[in-house]
Design a protein around this ligand. Structure first.
Ligand code: PGA
Length: 252
């Protein structure tokens, strides 16, 4: 049995006071959500305060990104994975499409981030997903397979148990245009198959694959009914505690 993961990605939203208020509002609303792991990814500046205030609750904290460098040093503007851990995060998101598209991150880069995240003891959420152009051009699977393989290069078998994949078709992010449950299922099954071929059937069987892209309270249940959908990475709809809690407490 794979335990679902419902993760909120706050992107570049929320000053510390708002982040804390949202986290504290969320806490009681999801306190009984034993069916899944619940996590939120505040901006770097709010991680420590939010994590402190959530201590003892079932809500975990994630970083939205980390440096490719594991050694502390002269890397202005970067945040090392162990700094995230130190601030109270236990997960890190790497390779989000906004990082790939707006900041030119390559699979090699994303792979380094995944490796340093794992080395720092974090669980890594690796994001993959095709553009609309790639889907319409019939190369969505090729793109996703390349991102998966590139992102997971040189990971050990035990590393793989601390990897979560988030399939986020770029055409569905922030657009209100969700993939249908069938489209999500089809790609998730493909991802699991590629993972099994590259690694092993048992580790593929344990791999959690989240769907992301305009997940809302009214479409989460249909997505979660799919065999290979093991949770969601939620952007816009995670910014408000009540809405995010409705997604966490989807109809099971
Ligand atoms: P969205 O974002 O839910 O606002 O589409 C998802 C994401 O970027 O992780």
């Amino acid at each position: 049995m794979r335990k679902p993961v419902i993760a909120g990605n706050w992107k570049m939203y929320k000053l510390v006071a708002d982040a804390v208020a949202t986290a504290l509002a969320l806490k009681p609303l999801v306190a009984n959500a034993n069916h899944c792991e619940v996590l939120i990814a505040p901006p770097f500046t709010a991680i420590k305060t939010v994590a402190d205030r959530l201590e003892g609750s079932n809500v975990r904290v994630a970083g939205q990104d980390c440096s490719t460098e594991s050694e502390h040093g002269a890397h202005t503007g970067e945040v090392a994975a162990d700094m995230l851990r130190d601030a109270g995060a236990s997960y890190v998101i790497v390779g989000h499409s906004e990082r790939r598209q707006l900041y030119s991150e390559t699979d090699t880069f994303v792979n380094r981030k995944a490796r340093v995240g794992l080395a720092a003891g974090l669980t890594v959420i690796l994001c993959i997903g095709e553009t609309l152009e790639q889907r319409e051009g019939g190369i969505a699977e090729r793109v996703v397979s390349r991102q998966l393989t590139g992102g997971l290069r040189d990971l050990t078998a035990s590393d793989l148990d601390r990897i979560i994949i988030a399939y986020e078709p770029i055409w569905a992010i922030g657009t209100g245009l969700t993939a249908t449950p069938e489209q999500a299922q089809e790609m998730h099954a493909f991802v699991r198959r590629v993972f099994a071929e590259r690694h092993s059937e048992p580790s593929a069987g344990r791999l959690r694959i989240l769907y992301g892209g305009s997940v809302k309270p009214d479409n989460i249940t249909g997505l979660m009914k799919q065999t290979d959908v093991d949770g969601a990475l939620v952007g816009g709809a995670s910014l408000e505690a009540e809405t995010f809690a409705q997604i966490v407490n989807y109809n099971r």
